[in-house]
Design a protein around this ligand. Structure first.
Ligand code: GLA
Length: 376
């Protein structure tokens, strides 16, 4: 399976945890298809952990829990496909999944065949209960190989949380995305922690295998499985903007059947999605900036048409000022060029004067620009 841009979709874990069932999945598929999410590019609907019985059948196959999925998984997959979406499922390298259901250890090929038979298009593969004697790289390589040989194009989404230097070996395994962080929770502290965890991992993100900063918490407001305190709309906007700009997969984690207007606006910002899905997926540059402080995080990314995406993120609870020089972007005054900036949330436009950008930001707020090179 070759995936050229960061995968987008919805995953059941953040809000629903073990409380998943066929009705929820059908309703979610309907909303993805009808709300505009699918049109924006969110095309994978993924069922996370807790979908199976605790025992395999006599032939060693995984069995969907008949209480949660009375019609079986093939019927769920067929319905998801009928709505124009792709269908994702979950397993784990260990004997057990993180929530204690059977994992795929030493059942990799039979499980890959089972998933293919149901019409699965995406497999998230977790790292709990992994063998103490077989290194992670071999366990992911096994499932990668099993999927490549199962007769169906299945996107392999590795989820070893960046443990055991995942970045050094994950691309060997045929994974199209890999979790480069620990688990997200619906708090600002968690978002901030994951942004910092990414810092050294940007060089590993690129076309074909994307750094997955974990599913989005936008629109959860403290409800559901990883709900905790919840965040404000401004914090969700900044969280989404960072994930999008840095080229992470965008997997929605809230209950989209009950999205409010603000959540819709955040998840369907077309300009930001266009930046996230830029076909070259170049490495982001962390800007040093000028006297901006460590909680004013600024990133830029060269895009495929010569534009530059630039994000200024105020991660602190104080007002802040983001300042940087165009020198840092390869555009000193001596070139005779400057940038024409367009902000993706407000549509504000301006041309940079004197080679310096200086923007004031409210607590937790951000600005993301698409900037074009123009004459001074
Ligand atoms: C791990 C993963 C989560 C989720 C749970 C399910 O914690 O990192 O994303 O899949 O397992 O149990």
């Amino acid at each position: 399976m070759v995936k050229l841009t960061p995968p987008m979709g919805w995953n059941s874990w953040n809000t629903f945890g073990e409380k998943i069932n066929e009705k929820l999945i059908r309703e979610t598929a309907d909303i993805m298809a009808e709300s505009g999410l699918l049109e924006c590019g969110y095309d994978y609907l993924v069922i996370d952990d807790c979908w199976s019985l605790k025992e395999r059948d006599e032939e060693g196959r995984l069995v969907p829990d008949p209480e949660k999925f009375p019609g079986g998984m093939k019927a769920v997959a067929d319905y998801v496909h009928s709505r124009g979406l792709k269908f994702g499922m979950y397993s784990c390298v260990g004997n057990l999944t993180c929530a204690g259901y059977p994992g795929s250890y030493e059942h990799e090929f039979i499980d890959a065949e089972t998933f293919a038979g149901w019409g699965v298009d995406f497999l998230k593969y977790d790292y709990c209960y992994h063998s103490p004697i077989v290194a992670g790289k071999y366990l992911y390589r096994r499932m990668g190989l099993a999927l490549e040989n199962c007769g169906r194009d299945i996107l392999f989404s590795a989820c070893s949380w960046g443990a055991d230097e995942t970045h050094e070996w994950i691309k060997e395994s045929a994974a199209s995305m890999w979790r480069s962080t620990g688990d997200i929770f619906d708090t600002w502290e968690s978002v901030k922690k994951l942004i910092k965890q990414q810092e050294k991992l940007h060089p590993y993100n690129g076309v074909g295998c994307f750094n997955d900063m974990d599913m989005l918490i936008v629109g959860m407001y403290g409800k559901g499985n990883v709900g905790l305190k919840g965040c404000t709309d401004v914090q969700y906007k900044t969280h989404y903007s960072v994930w999008a700009l840095l080229g992470s997969p965008l997997m929605i984690g809230c209950d989209i059947r009950n999205m409010n207007e603000e959540t819709r606006k955040i998840l369907m910002n077309r300009e930001l999605i266009r930046i996230n899905q830029d076909p070259v997926c170049r490495q982001p540059v962390k800007l040093t900036g000028i006297w901006s402080g460590e909680d004013m995080v600024m990133y830029a990314r060269m895009l495929s048409d010569g534009d530059i995406a630039i994000g200024l993120f105020n991660l602190s609870e104080e007002k802040g000022v983001g300042r940087f020089n165009l020198d840092e972007l390869g555009l000193p005054m001596s070139t005779g060029k400057t940038l024409e900036m367009k902000e993706v949330w407000t549509g504000e436009k301006f041309t940079v004067k004197n080679g310096t950008v200086m923007r004031k930001l409210e607590p937790f707020d951000c600005e993301v620009f698409r900037a074009g090179v123009v004459e001074q």
